[in-house]
Design a protein around this ligand. Sequence first.
Ligand SMILES: Nc1ncnc2c1ncn2[C@@H]1O[C@H](COP(=O)(O)OP(=O)(O)OP(=O)(O)O)[C@@H](O)[C@H]1O
Ligand SMILES: [Mg+2]
Length: 306
Amino acid sequence: MAPRTRCATTPSSGPRARACSRRPARWSRPTRRSTPTPSGRPPLPESKSVPGTPVSAASAIVRFDDVVKRFSTSSGVTTALQGINLAIDRGEFVAIIGPSGCGKSTLLRLLCGLEQPTEGRIEWPGRKGADPVRFGVAFQEHRLLPWLSIEQNITLPKLMKGRTAAQDLERARALCKMVGLEGFEKRLPSELSGGMRQRASFARSLFVHPELLLLDEPFGALDALTREQIIADAERIWMEQRFAAFLITHSISEAVHLADRVIVMSARPGRIAAEIAVNLPRPRTEQMLNPEYSRLVAELRRHLEI
Ligand SMILES: Nc1ncnc2c1ncn2[C@@H]1O[C@H](COP(=O)(O)OP(=O)(O)OP(=O)(O)O)[C@@H](O)[C@H]1O
Ligand SMILES: [Mg+2]
């Protein structure tokens, strides 16, 4: 099945404006192909959404509705985000890519509740009753607390509530193993390399069994080899656990490796310029030789005008 590329909103100007203006779709979603999972779990059901219609409340975990974000500072007002309409399905892996300063981290901070929209709304149709959606975050900087060991940093959500149970430490150790930090559980962040600290931050984001995982360039500071390994690990973990994921990246190959859907943002004020479905089979470690992989990379490069 050929993947489809769509413009999610209509850019007001630029070379893509004409092409996009044919389809001002809202909430539209590329069709996903079911792929078997190595864990033996059945694949998630296909999204029921039809291009141009709202994603059903049953499938979306979170939804941006005409969101605008402005920052007012002493030097003036910056419009970071303009007219953002975006829904993320349960179990869907979404990657966000775009030039520096286009509002990617602001989107993530809005999702965490660290910022509020200036206009528009963020809805959580994926909430069960009064409970908030459980999310894990790995920020652009690792944000590990320097006086806590790696396992204490990973169990921080529990530590802050009181005592950490034996099973929490067990989980922290399992996560350390998963991200290649076995044997470093008792070390302080200062005793780890930059790449190891980022892996610890990634492990911490998984500690809460997230329904929604928010990742802001979590692999940016890693050397190329470690990065390849952790991307493969991240894909495996996602395939086993199937949380919704929102990954900010500057790497086209990372986006194509991990995402079901890549959202391309335009320069400030950030708007959604295009959405590209990635229908490559998983796991994608060997997919770089697939002509479809090269086609998707070329398409993303075109959208990013590089
Ligand atoms: N707290 C803030 N106060 C004022 N302006 C802000 C604030 N946070 C972000 N901005 C502005 O909003 C715009 C978007 O910032 P944001 O950090 O979301 O970009 P980004 O896409 O994540 O960039 P990068 O790829 O470099 O991380 C920028 O122009 C930035 O200066
Ligand atoms: Mg950022």
